[in-house]
Design a binder for this molecule. Structure first.
Ligand code: F6R
Length: 592
């Protein structure tokens, strides 16, 4: 959500900013813009793609300073006036912003009182004008920055230059990431390191409530009181997004089909020479804790639901929270709680908020993430990487399976239970079998579902957790309303929605709950529902839609989630939608 790139002293800033904005594409955006200083401030904006923006940006630009931005609308519709960079009222400050300024309304009133006029509806425009207002008092940028930092509430990563000086780029940060890239005779800035790695491997990371003054040859960082901060230089080799579809028509399909190798890689990474390979301190801390708390968002939350059950199986008490809920009412049951955060991107703002609280309370914590070097990876006490390879498609598939796999390995390591390894390897075979033999059936189902408006998923226990994920995936990429319902809850309300022709997709893979699920099928059929059942061999009936070989039932989310992913994918494709970039969504949710 919103991406920032900037450079100073760079020979070809246009190229860097264009490529950088494209690399930040994963954050999602609806409009983009750039600005530079060359005989006055020049700004180019477009509601649409970075590619289109650069089709009318001059091909050769002489400038010492340039900033660029991709905007994911929060305050105000996608429009040219709301697109960044924002030029202040008196044309002194040109700024890009990521984050949400919570008190922007009162700050706007303050500025309107001082005669300021606004062209758009964004909170960011307030920041540019506020900086200008204080800057114009005595032409002191630094005191303007410090004043503005003390006034802004919410989250901000701001980068700006003034019309008066092409030799300085400024930035300030709170709760939204900003990384500075160090070059020879030039310096860079961006929302994360990825846009800069073709130009440098040396970075400085801004912490909350710090601001920076960057010139061609120097980077100085200060805290809000104006004290200089000695920053550590970080050397990072970062995996770049591969834009190679390897012959697949879409990333989502490619990533679904990578699932067998993702699970296999994880086993090889965390189980070698017949031993689990986790940090012994982590295992000790987990074993000594008396309560495990899982916190995550979206798909990652769904893997936390499964993970909680794994840890319960090994005798731990566990609770699960959605990050944006926990952050505002944090609870930590037990005397020695241990927090497990899960995040594919490692940049999810809701979870970063939680980590702050976790740290304030000195709680032991672990992040499970796919993104080495991300904010959560760097700041959590322990970090375990998913090694799933970059996930490009907005809808998470292989990362979900990797999260569940890693949680099963980690929980098993607590009691050195090695049977899990065999169960996981068997699950890989199920996934391959579905991939090789069931796509035509799934495509047929997709065809029957594509024009429906409501679809229900039913399951119990592990199959319910899987249903939640299946439902989220379907709604994300097909825009069809869908709900996941625990089988037992059907009669407590949702059955009122079942009418002739309503599609109900049922997972039956758990011996303990299979007969209750068969009862649920009868109940919805009696109301005219069209039922599609995915069952394991030993629990199957001949009328079931998909019958898969038996596997350890607790690994449903590893073994058969692929059915749900294919289904969502094929429904989206048959509706002609942009499956890799569904509307309104971003790969990395960097605002709360
Ligand atoms: C759904 C999806 C989202 C993410 C959620 C959390 O396909 O991808 O629901 O799971 O935004 O993101 P991460 O895992 O990056 O914290």
């Amino acid at each position: 959500m919103c991406g920032i790139v900037g450079s100073i002293g760079l020979k070809d800033p246009r190229n860097y900013v264009e490529k950088g904005l494209k690399i930040l594409d994963y954050r999602g955006y609806d409009s983009a813009g750039i600005a530079y200083l060359s005989d006055g401030i020049k700004i180019y904006k477009d509601v649409g793609s970075v590619e289109h923006l650069f089709s009318f940006v001059p091909s050769h630009i002489e400038t010492n300073v340039m900033i660029g931005h991709t905007r994911w609308a929060t305050h105000g519709v996608p429009s040219i006036n709301n697109t960044h960079p924002h030029l202040s009222f008196r044309k002194k400050i040109c700024l890009v912003h990521n984050g949400v300024i919570e008190n922007y309304k009162e700050l706007k009133e303050f500025l309107v009182d001082k005669g300021y006029e606004f062209v758009g509806e964004t909170d960011s425009e307030i920041a540019s004008n506020l900086l200008e207002y204080f800057y114009l008092k005595d032409y002191d940028v630094i005191s303007a920055i410090r004043k503005v930092m003390s006034l802004l509430k919410g989250s901000f990563a701001i980068t700006f230059f003034t019309s008066d000086d092409e030799n300085v780029l400024y930035a300030l940060k709170k709760s939204s990431p900003l990384v500075i890239g160090l070059g020879e005779g030039y310096n860079l800035i961006a929302s994360d390191a990825s846009p800069m790695i073709s130009l440098t491997n040396n970075f400085i990371e801004l912490e909350d409530n710090e601001y920076t003054v960057i010139s061609n040859d120097s980077v100085e960082v200060y805290d809000q009181e104006g004290e200089k901060v000695n920053k550590e230089k970080i050397h990072k080799d970062i995996e770049t997004i591969s834009h190679d579809l390897k012959g697949y028509p879409h990333y989502m399909l490619k990533e679904i089909e990578e699932i067998p190798s993702v699970v296999n890689n994880l086993i090889n990474e965390y189980f070698k020479n017949d031993e689990y390979q986790f940090d012994p301190h982590l295992i000790k801390d987990l074993n000594e804790s008396d309560h495990i708390i899982f916190i995550a968002c979206g798909t990652s939350y769904h893997s936390g639901l499964v993970g909680g059950r794994f840890f319960e199986y090994y005798g731990k008490s566990a609770s699960r929270f959605i990050a944006s809920e926990w952050a505002f009412h944090p609870t930590y049951p037990g005397e020695r709680p241990f927090i497990i955060m899960i995040s594919q991107s490692g940049e999810t703002a809701d979870l970063i908020h939680c980590l702050k609280i976790i740290k304030e309370h000195n709680l032991k914590n672990l992040i499970i993430t796919n993104t080495g070097g991300s904010t959560l990876d760097r700041n959590a006490m322990y970090s375990l990487l998913l090694h799933a390879g970059i996930e490009v498609s907005v809808a998470s598939t292989k990362a979900y399976v990797a999260q569940v796999t890693l949680l099963s390995l980690l929980s098993s390591a607590l009691q050195n239970d090695k049977k899990t390894i065999k169960d996981l390897k068997d699950s890989i075979e199920i996934v391959k079998d579905i991939r090789d033999n069931y796509k035509p059936i799934i495509m047929n189902v997709a065809d029957e579902l594509k024009d429906k408006t409501n679809i229900f998923y039913l399951g119990r226990s592990y199959d319910y957790f899987l249903s939640l994920e299946a439902s989220l995936k379907l709604k994300e990429v097909s825009y069809i309303h869908s709900e996941a319902i625990p089988g037992g809850e059907l009669k407590h309300g949702p059955i009122a929605l079942i009418e002739p022709g309503t599609p109900v997709i049922v997972f039956i893979t758990d011996t303990v709950t299979a007969s209750s699920m068969r009862g649920n099928i009868e109940e919805v059929k009696a109301r005219g529902a069209t039922v599609y059942t995915i069952a394991t061999q030993k629990l199957s009936r001949k009328e079931d839609t998909i019958i898969v070989k038996d596997y350890a039932y607790y690994l449903s989310s590893v073994a058969v989630s692929i059915v749900a992913f294919y289904l969502a994918y094929y429904v989206s494709i048959s509706k002609g939608l942009n499956v890799d970039k569904p509307r309104n969504l971003a790969k990395s949710v960097t605002v709360e």
